[in-house]
Design a protein around this ligand. Sequence first.
Ligand code: B12
Length: 228
Amino acid sequence: MEWAGWPAVKGAFMEEEVLAQIASSLIKGQAPRVQELVQSCLDQGVAPETIMDQGLVSAMSLIGRRFKKGEIYMPEVMIAARAMNAGLAILDPVLSQSDVEPRGRLLLGTVRADLHDVGKNMVSMMFRGAGFEVIDLGVDVPEARFVEAMTEHSLDVVGLSALLTMTIPQLKSTIEAIVAAGLRDRAIVMVGGAPVTEAYALEIGADGWAPDAASAVDRALELMASRR
Ligand code: B12
């Protein structure tokens, strides 16, 4: 259904309908429309977490399933991801707003040869929302760049993201590079991304893993507490 302003049913704000419109606009790759609807939801007092889960993430999961089945192709996935990031950009200042004292510093990046950044951006937002300062190195980050950044900043956590079977070995080689540079004890290292498992994380010498952005913050705080 096309967006034509707030439905005037008994003057009520129809949250579910607008969330469904966010999802359908994301699936169509309509980035400006996604931004407009996300902003309107925020203005109407819808919780940012609800907008993220029920509007953005649910639609992106559907895109993933359709891509896997061969129902849609790369260009559609790409414009949907762009719309997702556009929506996240509107939520970012709200989710990152926090009264909490800075709790720590996170260095974050998607590993070499991997261009997926939607999940990484969500991890960044959740940590900032929890009061962390986040240094985001972006995507396709070589091992040496992580090492260099670790020498430049005093850190609590290093987060490595990988989404491809092909790039998962870069999680291991990045940790090996950090060890070789003598920096391994400077920060907790966490890894994540859809195909990464906890067993693999421990096998390659990471301190932790989490299935999603919210639990990543909880796990990081637990690991930080156990180091003190
Ligand atoms: C969007 C997308 C793309 C976009 C990326 C755009 C962007 N800006 O990110 C584009 C179109 C560029 C793309 C390209 C490719 N893609 Co792609 N892509 C996807 C898709 C549909 C969604 C990924 C996503 O955004 N998920 C949503 C986020 C929220 O989830 P997430 O990333 O898992 O992150 C969450 C958690 O994992 C965790 N997390 C993430 N990072 C971290 C880090 C830490 C430290 C922690 C603790 C937690 C954590 O928290 C996040 C939030 O909750 C997936 C399918 C899928 N269902 O995953 C395929 C998928 C990942 N892609 C795939 C493939 C094959 C490719 C290509 C190789 C295709 C091609 N033939 O060219 C290229 C590779 C490009 C490259 N070099 O990276 C495959 C990978 C298969 C495999 N096992 O290797 C998938 C699984 C699709 C499939 N089923 O075939 N892709």
